[in-house]
Ligand binder design. Structure first.
Ligand code: G3I
Length: 420
């Protein structure tokens, strides 16, 4: 992508946030921040009384990090990571280590990454993520054991109706078995619902469905539980966040799938709501009710892949950042107030590597790279960072019984308080 994200700062010359803060701290020590400003420029007093630059020194690490604010409110907070950057880019590794209490490999645990051929596994990159996380006292989500994408090229010519169950079982036994006891949770089955495929059960016509029928889902979850008795087994999906008719319908099919699984005694512990949003999206009461229904079913909810695309916002960076931050705030504040929402991850930590800027065609009409995440290309915290942190803080206030702004909850089953 171009070297300039529209913020007016050439990327090559831009200081990283840390470099800026380090130099600013040095200036403070030497002669005060005023010497950084043009002569005669009065520093407007901020709430901290340190002048206009104070917000930039509003440290975002240590006790001010997303990780620390989450820990104070019973919430795991983190992001998807790429092991190539963890060991190749110190600023990336440092930001992930300071901001995340949970990480998920963006691609390193997918079939395409693990399975170079039908008989071998390559765990090197997946291991790198697990080692990094455990050495930084972070939890790890596994993503994912069964999906219709990221299927290796050899799959189509090798896996048949006759051997598909064996391939799925062996994959899950090997992969989930390798990390047994080390992972917080697994996305066991990813994105199994697709209404456009027209099935009464809403299931996607994925290769797994075509090879095995709907039973692949139950087999995947049961095998995962046998391979790892401690990881929280999760069904993960997208397009279930809003109160549009399409998303209401899809959410309903996800709920029916989960209810069918529970009725058959299939082990499931959580539902992942991916939360790939567009600026301006806001949850309706439907999402909160869905989360509360899952709570009555004793299921946790994870926000698994949040980012906010800014493709429809005007070009000026300040406007885009404000629109993205408002969406983070509007979405996360009510969602994180729900006590069975126990983890929130963004799909990446820095705009520098967001998948949204890696798509085959620029998604913004002006061709500018998108700014969907809590840190920008140069690892400066964006307004979205502060919006996410505020939403985390709001969890304490709104999670208290009766304080929630949404309609009182009437569970369809006796509510077994597990998340009070
Ligand atoms: O690793 C190969 C590389 O060897 C090869 O040279 C290159 C050229 O094609 O491809 C590389 O693999 C790419 C992979 O990302 C790693 O970079 C794949 O082509 C590319 O399709 C893949 O895209 C990922 C996509 O899932 C499909 O797996 C995105 O990075 C990732 O952000 C995206 O994440 C998904 C979640 O897993 C599920 N929810 C939706 C989310 C966004 O689509």
């Amino acid at each position: 992508m171009s070297g300039n994200d529209g913020s007016g700062v050439r990327r090559g010359s831009a200081k990283t946030r840390r470099e800026f803060l380090t130099s600013a701290a040095a200036v403070t020590a030497a002669g005060g921040m005023a010497s950084l400003l043009p002569l005669g420029c009065e520093q407007p007093k901020s709430k901290m009384g340190q002048g206009a630059l104070a917000p930039m020194l509003d440290d975002v690490s240590g006790s001010r990090s997303l990780r620390a604010h989450g820990a104070a409110r019973g919430l795991l907070v983190g992001c998807a990571v790429n092991p190539d950057h963890l060991d190749g880019e110190p600023e990336y590794a440092r930001t992930v280590a300071e901001q995340a209490s949970i990480v998920v490999p963006e691609n390193a645990m997918k079939w395409a990454a693990l399975r170079p051929n039908p008989t071998q596994y390559d765990f090197r990159r997946a291991d790198d993520v697990v080692v990094f996380a455990l050495s930084h006292e972070q939890k790890v989500r596994g993503h994912n054991l069964c999906w219709h994408e990221a299927i290796p090229a050899w799959f189509a010519g090798t896996v048949t109706k006759e051997n598909a169950a064996q391939y799925l079982t062996q994959h899950i036994q090997t992969v989930a078995g390798r990390y047994a006891g080390k992972l917080h949770s697994w996305d066991v089955v990813n994105e199994a619902i697709e209404l456009k495929d027209g099935r009464p059960d809403g299931l996607r016509n994925s290769p797994w469905l075509e090879l095995m029928g709907p039973s692949y889902i139950e087999l995947a979850f049961r095998t995962a539980r046998e391979a790892d008795g401690t990881a929280l087994l999760t069904y993960n999906d997208y397009g279930i966040e809003l109160d549009t008719q399409e998303q209401i319908d899809k959410r309903g099919q996800v709920m029916m799938l989960v209810r069918r699984m529970q009725a058959r005694g299939v082990p499931i512990d959580a539902v992942g709501i991916q939360s790939h949003l567009s600026a301006g999206d806001a949850p309706g009461a439907g999402l909160i009710h869905f989360i509360r229904e899952l709570r009555a079913m004793n299921l946790q909810v994870f926000i698994t892949e949040m980012d906010v695309n800014d493709r429809k916002l005007p070009e000026p960076v300040a406007e885009r950042d404000a629109g993205v931050a408002k969406t983070y705030r509007d979405y996360l504040t009510p969602v994180l107030a729900e006590p069975n929402v126990t983890a929130a991850l963004t799909w990446g930590i820095t705009d520098r590597y967001t998948w949204l800027n890696g798509l085959p065609h620029a998604s913004r009409a002006d061709g500018k790279p998108e700014r969907p995440l809590p840190f920008d290309y140069d690892y400066n915290p964006t307004p979205a960072f502060f919006a996410e942190r505020d939403a985390i803080d709001g969890r304490t206030a709104q999670a208290l019984p009766g304080a929630n702004p949404y309609a009182p909850f009437h569970p369809t089953q006796p509510q077994r308080p597990q998340f009070e």
